[in-house]
Design a protein around this ligand. Sequence first.
Ligand SMILES: Nc1nc(=O)c2c([nH]1)NC[C@@H]1CN(c3ccc(C(=O)N[C@@H](CCC(=O)O)C(=O)O)cc3)CN21
Ligand SMILES: CC(C)C(=O)C(=O)O
Ligand SMILES: [Mg+2]
Length: 286
Amino acid sequence: MTEQSAPYPSASPAPSTSPSQGGRVRTRHLQACKDEGRRFAMLTAYDHLTASLFEQSGVDVLLVGDSAANTVLGESTTLPMTVEDLLVFTRAVSRGARRALVVADLPFGSFENSPEQAFTTAARFLKEGGAHAVKIEGAAQTAPTVRHLSSHGIPVIAHIGFTPQSEHALGGYRVQGRADDEAARLLDAARALEDAGAFAVLMEMVPAAVAARVDEALRVPTIGIGAGAATTGQVLVWQDALGLTQGRTPRFVKQYARLADELRAGVEAYVDEVLTGAFPTEQHSF
Ligand SMILES: Nc1nc(=O)c2c([nH]1)NC[C@@H]1CN(c3ccc(C(=O)N[C@@H](CCC(=O)O)C(=O)O)cc3)CN21
Ligand SMILES: CC(C)C(=O)C(=O)O
Ligand SMILES: [Mg+2]
C-alpha cells in the first residue's frame, strides 16, 4: 500500500465458497461492493486463456465485448459484429472462467426491434454462450427491453453515455453529458434503467462529476470507462490496458504492460533462431 492508493478499502475476495456457489462472482457480489463502498475490476476477454488468466489475477467481471469486432476481427467499428461470431467468443470465455461473472454484449441489430427480439438474442448468449448476464447499449429508450429481460431471469447491464453502436448518430467519439441538459438526461436515463431492473449501469466517456452524481443517485453499482474515479467498477478493453493495441488509444486508457513489445521481441528471437539454425537443438528433437 502506498500513500497514494485509492480511497477505498482493499479489494474483497470474491464471495466464497459453499459447494453450490463454487466461489463464483455473482451480481450480488457487485451489489455488495456498492453497498460497502468497495470497487471491482472488469476487463474484456474474448478467449479462454485470457479469461482464465484475468480472473486468476483478480478480475471479477469478464466482458465479452462487441469490441471484439475491432480487437479480434480488425474491423474499424463495432457495427459489423454478429451474434454468431460473438457467441463463439462467449463460449470460449465461459470455458476459461470458473469464478468470474461472464457478461456478453448484445451486438448492434440483435436487440433493438423489440423486447422479444432482445430476449431471444440474450437467451442465446446464456444458453449457447454460457454467459451469466448481458450488456445493452442505449439510454432511456431501452428501459422496456431491460425490464423484459430482467423480469424473465436475464441479468442486464445498461450501457449509457457514449454508446459506440450509435457512433454515427452521436457524431463520432464524443464525451456525452457535458452540457447541463445532457447531464440531466443521462441521470434520468440511469434512473429509468435501474428502475427497469438493470443490475448495473455502465457509463462510457462521461464527465467524472456527472458519473459521480449518477453513482450517488443509484442503488445499483455503476461501471466506468472514461467516467472518472467515482464509479463502483471500472472496465477497459484488455488489449488497450496491456499494450497490445496498435496506434492511438482513447484518453481513458492506461497501459499496464507492453505486450506488443514483448511479443515482437519474442517472435523476432524465434525467427532469428529458425533462420540461423539455432533452433531446434537436440533437446527439442527425437
Ligand atoms: N480497442 C478498443 N478500445 C475501446 O475502448 C473500444 C473499442 N476498441 N471498441 C468499441 C468501443 C469504441 N470506443 C472508443 C473508441 C475510440 C475513442 C476515441 O477515439 N476517443 C478519443 C476522442 C474523445 C473526444 O474527442 O472526446 C479520445 O482521445 O479519447 C473512444 C472510445 C470504446 N470501445
Ligand atoms: C468498451 C466496453 C464497455 C464495451 O462495450 C466493449 O468492450 O465492447
Ligand atoms: Mg461494447
